[in-house]
Design a protein around this ligand. Structure first.
Ligand code: PMP
Length: 360
């Protein structure tokens, strides 16, 4: 039997033509490319956690409901009793779970364009039609065009990151409200960057019949544990829970997340430090006459001189700093780089690298 012939016959063309998700190699570099929290835990807390992890019952399957993290999360995020939670192996898994539902209903998926790539990637993977919702010049909701795309394509799900990645801005609440009011789709407000903004749409999940909220612990220092969540009316969560893999939150993650929430003051002070650093970085860049887009997230987008984004990306790399080059991803992202807010010494290294090569 010929393996290649079997692969041709058994793996869909769309998969064979595609490629695996690419992650840049950051070995030895200051990592400002992936919206991670740059801070580690104090050593004493690391040791206490290590002791707890060492006692994990790895011979047993984990608790399928992750019971030990539920109340601490509810308390920390002030999730009202009227809303229920579903957990995922990162919000990536929650996105996949939501989109997989559209296979059977034949409904499309919509998300802003540009936005977080996994909405499009996962829709493509499940062969669910995907339609981008265009942004206006201020990277805000282009309401008329959104409503017409939604009317034409009748999506089952509309993902709206609030604030948006990679543009960093919040969409205007009134426009988002119009979208929610005028659609029969489930609107998933993705609050991945909630720790860095005062905006909070939890109340909408209580009030509107077609809104659920997605969150993640990735941006507050727990990216390695892979923990995302969907928060919504028990009727919605109950349905999605039926298609969740039973043991999707492993035992080590459950312990680590509970531990992190017992020390939520650490998470909060680190996020506050990132907000302060975001302001310092933005000011320092503007003082150098570099255009910085306003951001409510833990990253900023900078505009390079025309056709210089790739060159700046490479030069920063030569100076030991990895950022994300957005140029080429979407016309509105031409000549831009996305820089994750790092620790103060990382900001200093970035600024000094910029000073060196922009002076040339
Ligand atoms: N939503 C948005 C808007 C994001 O930017 C990201 C990660 N960059 C995610 C969701 C996924 O987060 P995770 O899978 O780490 O929970």
């Amino acid at each position: 039997m010929n393996r290649q012939a079997l692969i041709q016959a058994l793996i869909p063309q769309s998969v064979r033509d595609g490629q695996a998700y690419q992650v840049a190699d950051a070995t030895g570099l200051i990592k400002l490319d992936a919206m991670e929290n740059p801070f580690v835990w104090p050593e004493s807390l690391q040791e206490t956690l290590a002791a707890q992890l060492s006692r994990a019952a790895l011979n047993r399957y984990p608790d399928p409901h992750a019971t030990q993290v539920r109340q601490p999360l509810r308390d920390w995020m002030q999730i009202p009793e009227s809303l229920e939670m579903l957990f995922g192996n990162g919000s990536d898994e929650v996105i996949a779970l939501l989109i997989s539902n559209c296979i059977a209903t034949g409904r499309a998926v919509c998300a802003p364009d540009p936005s977080f790539v996994m909405f499009r990637v996962l829709a493509h993977q499940y062969q669910v039609p995907f339609y981008g919702l265009p942004l206006d010049d201020a990277h805000d909701i282009d309401l008329d065009r959104w409503l017409s795309v939604i009317e034409e394509t009748q999506p089952g799900i509309i993902f709206v990151p609030q604030p948006n990645n990679p543009t960093g801005n919040l969409f205007q609440t009134e426009r988002l409200q119009r979208v929610v009011d005028q659609t029969q789709a489930l609107v998933v407000i993705d609050e991945a960057y909630t720790a860095f903004t005062d905006a909070n749409y939890l109340a909408w999940a209580e009030e509107a019949p077609n809104v659920v909220i997605m969150r993640t612990l990735s941006k507050v220092g727990m990216a390695g544990s892979r923990f995302g969540m969907l928060i919504g009316h028990p009727d919605w969560i109950g349905e999605f829970d039926k298609i969740r893999l039973p043991y999707n939150i492993n035992a080590l993650t459950q312990i680590a997340v509970r531990f992190a929430l017992e020390h939520a003051d650490v998470l909060e002070s680190q996020s506050a430090a990132i907000r302060t650093e975001r302001a310092r970085l933005s000011d320092a860049l503007r003082m150098r006459r570099i255009d910085v887009w306003p951001s409510e997230a833990n990253f900023v987008v900078v505009q390079t001189p025309p056709s210089q984004a790739r060159a700046w990306f490479e030069k920063l790399k030569q100076h030991g700093i990895l950022v994300k080059c957005l140029d080429g991803a979407h016309p509105s992202l031409a000549d831009t780089l996305r820089i994750t807010v790092g620790a103060p010494h990382e900001t200093d290294a970035l600024l000094s690298a910029l000073d060196q090569f922009t002076a040339d």
